[in-house]
Design a protein around this ligand. Structure first.
Ligand code: TXA
Ligand code: MG
Length: 543
């Protein structure tokens, strides 16, 4: 088949022709703000079957429906919750896909047999016009051959799809460069299935609590099932094997420089390109510019296939903002072969009385150092003039000669959620900077980040794994009564005010349960647990 290329100008004939391809069951390459898509009529089973065939895509991997506006949502989804409308209002058209219960008019072939369906409204005027004109939702996976990097220009899509599709609409290079963020709204709390062009932090501003699916952060173990079927496949991979290097820009650059073979290629931040003269180098953009990195990550991976480098080393940003999506694509391209040029960072969290002290002792016995975030916070309150200034500007004279007047600040924030939110935002920002600095200079190979607010603070973005320490409530009551010398009633009150086990089970990558009789016994259990976890992370790195 000959693949036509449309370059729609101001006259809209091409739009009508493109819409006609969709309506008649054909395959059309469409530009979106994220990546190019391989579109067909989502309600036409034969057309949808052609998508799977053209891509070489496994049948169980569902497709996303593209709609021109939120008003189409109820046509294809049931039980649409208010949160979906809140998200659409704020982020559509844009790089956000919502998973919702499927209506029966959406063929199972489109949803890979699932009872849910992913829907998004892409932010590209040509594609919006084409879908409107076609009058049907357009199912569109990324326009690459299955397993290859997603295309961000029409030329890249043609490399994979020339001769396999009826036409492609050239709408210029994609503005965002990574695929949409996928959020599952059929579970509570909502679950991030794929990080993408819309940062998790922005979603949290609307939805509050969000869990992150394990497939986002690490390779799935045997028996683990990602909730987005597509996340289980090796992906985005150029032909040469990739090693993704995390752990701070300066360190990852030095790590790569020390190991780079003569013919190996590099994907790096702009600032470090000079270190790799004589090698095939593709730059991602400045180390601090995650938007630029998102725009370039797939092009960098794809362009390597025009060379014969035997191995590719890639510098990864950390998980803040768009870094979560950029790092995820690089790590997936590496089959989660991730090397930590910095220390292995393990976040530790959980409710009081679960036995954290023993767990930390075990981690230290294994050579790890522990960053106590509570202590860091108290030190910052003493030493960080900017933090003190910001708190004073926000809450008035909350410092006296002895330091922070806790009672005064407490009175202001405990009964006022908006004030609490303001306080947290200020504190968490300063905490992140302090912890990042500490990690950048750590000499230990394993660092535990001990933070009661690990997720709320965003510190989890710096951790390779996050461990939730849990214990039966009755044990915790006993422990905190003895430890803090308080009444049973007060101990129960404190426990009731904390997050429940489900929170940790849905947020942490790993759970460690303390249901043994003594602290010594638990320390041994924690020792064994951390030994295995550290070994596993090191193995992922060494493969
Ligand atoms: O930005 C994007 O989302 C691009 C452009 C073209 O819109 N599309 C895209 O589609 O990335 P695709 O098929 O390459 O990736 C869709 C992902 C897959 O991992 C799939 O498993 C997941 O979304 N997905 C789709 N429907 C789902 C559902 N009902 N439940 C869970 N995951 C779903
Ligand atoms: Mg894809």
């Amino acid at each position: 088949m000959e693949t036509k290329v449309f370059r729609p100008g101001p006259d809209r004939d091409d739009i009508a022709a493109a819409a006609e391809i969709i309506r008649s069951g054909g395959l059309l390459g469409i530009p979106t703000e994220t990546v190019y898509g391989l579109g067909a009529d989502a309600l036409n089973e034969a057309a949808v079957a052609r998508i799977f065939q053209a891509k070489g895509r496994p049948q169980d991997n569902p497709l996303i429906l593209h709609v021109p506006s939120v008003s189409w949502l109820e046509r294809y989804c049931r039980d649409v919750p208010p949160s979906a409308y809140a998200l659409a209002e704020r982020f559509w058209p844009g790089p956000l896909t919502m998973i919702l219960p499927r209506r029966e008019n959406v063929p199972l072939r489109t949803t890979g047999g699932l009872d849910t369906v992913g829907v998004r409204c892409p932010d590209h005027p040509l594609t919006l016009a084409i879908i409107e004109a076609a009058g049907v939702p357009v199912a569109a996976p990324s326009g690459n051959l299955s397993g290859r990097p997603s295309p961000t220009t029409a030329a890249h899509m043609l490399q994979d799809m020339d001769g396999r599709i009826d036409a492609i609409v050239d709408g210029g290079p994609c503005r965002v460069g990574v695929e949409s963020t996928i959020i599952d709204l059929t579970v509570s709390p909502p679950r991030l299935l794929r990080p993408g062009g819309l940062p998790l932090e922005e979603l949290r501003q609307v939805l509050g609590d969000i869990a992150v699916d394990g497939a986002v952060t690490h390779r799935m173990d045997e028996g683990e099932h990602p909730r987005a079927p597509g996340m289980k496949y090796r992906h985005y991979a150029p032909h040469a094997p990739v090693t993704a290097v995390v752990g701070g820009a300066g360190r990852s650059a030095a790590y790569i420089q020390a190991r780079l073979g003569q013919k190996d290629g590099v994907i790096c931040f702009d600032e470090y390109a000079g270190l790799f003269a004589g090698h095939v180098v593709h730059t991602l953009g400045p180390a601090a510019d995650r938007r630029a990195q998102a725009q370039h990550v797939f092009d960098a991976l794809r362009t390597f296939d025009e060379t014969d480098v035997p191995h590719i080393y890639a510098q990864c940003p950390d998980d803040a903002g768009l870094g979560l999506a950029v790092g995820n694509r690089l790590k997936k391209a590496a089959g989660f072969h991730v090397v930590d040029a910095g220390p292995l960072v393990i976040g530790l969290t959980g409710p009081t009385g679960a036995g954290k002290t023993s767990a930390l002792l075990a981690l230290e016995r294994l050579g790890g150092c522990v960053l106590d975030c509570d202590a860091i916070y108290h030190r910052l309150l003493q030493t960080d003039a900017v933090l003190r200034g910001e708190l004073t500007a926000a809450f008035g004279e909350v410092f006296n000669e002895d330091g922070l007047d806790r009672q005064r600040l407490g009175k202001l924030v405990f009964s006022d959620p908006a004030a609490m939110e303001r306080l947290n935002r200020i504190v968490f920002r300063h905490m992140s900077v302090a912890v990042r600095e500490r990690l950048d200079t750590a000499s230990e190979s394993v660092v535990g980040v001990d933070a009661i607010n690990l997720f709320e603070s965003g510190l989890d973005a710096m951790c390779r794994r996050t461990v939730g320490l849990l214990a039966p409530v009755e044990d915790r009551v006993r422990r905190i009564m003895a430890r803090d010398d308080i009444s049973e009633e007060y101990a129960r009150l404190r426990i009731a005010a904390q997050k429940d086990d489900d929170f940790y089970r849905t947020h942490c990558t790993d759970i460690l349960v303390n249901d043994v009789a003594s602290a010594e016994e638990f320390e041994e259990r924690a020792y064994a647990f951390f030994s295995v976890l550290i070994k596993k992370c090191k193995e992922e790195s060494d493969q």
